[in-house]
Design a protein around this ligand. Structure first.
Ligand code: LLP
Length: 414
């Protein structure tokens, strides 16, 4: 459930008319709803009530400082994948002691930064990464808390680009190779073995693959316990999907309920790393129709947002709902909604029935996750402004980029 609703023909973000935000801040504009973010985060905590747990919001979904700061105020932990994300979390007031660090390619500098910050756990993805962390921790005279990311070889039934738990994917350590790595880790002088993790993919619309992954991880955990290697936590990663229109993913409570029978009475702390499920439907991308263009084969609505602002349609052929911000008397007809970037793949939606005229605003829904964070300056397009609505108030949380910022740090030859 989100707080973007149509009221008297006007698309509202909480109690603010989206058209008003577009007039005030210009377009393209990312617009978020604070109440929606908080509601979605709360749904995860409520689902875990009574269990030892930590929600580590996946920063990559949306890393604006205001978003991270809201999470921090709720008491959230964070799942990061780079030193840059760690710096953002700290700048936003997040607690490093609630941070887990995922990703296959952590550099020495990033390991040192995270050790000094005192993060909760390194989610390691390979044996060489373990060896490197032991060296870095030894040099600093510190002990690094670790979890090993297991690749359970499970099909997430999601888009191939965002499925991560199959043996052909680069992620994690295969279940069959995990035991010796755990044994080595447990014997290392500057490593403390804390947990086990996995992340099998993103935008999963059923609980079954998560349960299967959990089953495989628990088998491995039991074997380790028999050898005297007791783990404190189990981190199931993120991946719970959202509805962009037609999908019917489980709610956070349904998802957690599906896991509980398999977990049984184990006294394990459960960590989850949701990103999309919290942020996707807490944000929209508002764009203005610049031109309506009639082609021989189809009609185009040329808008001022493009693939550099929202890459998901171009990259994954992702379908996101596109709605007018105000009801219009124009005749509805099908349009391909495209941006000004010089690529045929630059589209936000195809064959969308819309009643629009040039100058109207449109909203692309489900844009709060993997929207702004995947944006770029391709075609030297300054990045969009970001605004957070809170009740009837609007807060500018990222200024629109100015053209001269595009070449900051570039130098001509002498
Ligand atoms: N934990 C790890 C280790 C991850 O790799 C990810 C996402 C998450 C948590 C959060 O997953 P979520 O709950 O958001 O599904 N750009 C793609 C999604 C890529 C997800 C990458 N990893 C998209 O726009 O669909």
């Amino acid at each position: 459930m989100d707080y973007f609703n149509v009221d008297n023909g006007l698309l509202m973000a909480e109690r603010v008319a989206v058209a008003e935000a577009a007039e005030a801040y210009g377009t393209p504009l990312y617009l978020y709803s604070r109440a929606t973010i908080e509601r979605h985060w709360q749904a995860f905590t409520d689902a875990m009530a009574g269990r030892d747990h930590l929600i580590c919001y996946a920063v990559k979904a949306n890393s604006n400082l205001a978003v991270l700061n809201l999470m921090a105020r709720l008491g959230s932990g964070f799942d990061i994948v780079s030193g840059g994300e760690l710096a953002r979390v700290i700048a936003a007031g997040g607690d490093p002691a609630k941070v887990v660090f995922s990703g296959v390619g952590k550099t020495e500098a990033e390991m040192e930064q995270a050790l000094k910050a005192g993060i909760h756990c390194f989610n390691l993805e390979s044996e060489p990464e373990l060896d490197r962390l032991q060296q870095v921790a030894a040099r600093l005279g510190m002990v690094a808390p670790v979890s090993l990311r297991i690749n359970p070889d499970i099909d997430a039934n999601s888009h191939p680009y965002i499925s991560t738990g199959l043996k052909q994917n680069k992620f994690g350590i295969p279940t069959s190779q995990a035991l010796p790595v755990y044994r080595r880790a447990a014997a290392m002088t500057h490593i403390q073995v804390l947990g086990m993790d996995c992340h099998i993919g993103s935008q999963l619309t059923e609980s079954r693959p998560f349960v299967e992954a959990l089953e495989r991880l628990l088998v491995l955990m039991d074997t380790l316990a028999d050898e005297g290697i007791e783990l404190e936590h189990l981190d199931l990663g993120g991946g719970l999907g959202v509805s962009y229109g037609q999908e019917t993913p489980p709610l956070p409570t349904e998802y957690v309920q599906a896991l509980l029978p398999t977990l049984g009475l184990r006294k394990l702390k459960l960590i989850l790393e949701p990103g999309r499920a919290i942020m996707a439907n807490a944000g929209i991308l508002v764009t203005k129709v610049e031109y309506l263009k009639q082609g021989e084969d189809r009609d185009f609505a040329i808008v001022d947002a493009a693939m550099n602002d929202l890459l998901r349609p171009s990259l994954y052929n992702a379908w996101q709902e596109i709605v007018p911000v105000k009801a219009s008397s124009a005749v509805a007809r099908p349009y391909d909604v495209v941006g000004p970037v010089c690529e045929t793949g630059d589209f936000l939606g195809k064959n969308r029935e819309l009643a629009i005229a040039a100058g109207d605003y449109l909203a692309v829904r489900g844009a709060g996750a993997y929207g702004f964070t995947m944006s770029s300056n391709y075609n030297s397009r300054p990045r969009a402004a970001e605004v957070m609505v809170d009740g009837d108030r609007m807060h500018l949380i990222r200024e629109r980029e100015q053209p001269q910022q595009l070449w900051r740090g570039e130098h001509c030859l002498p």
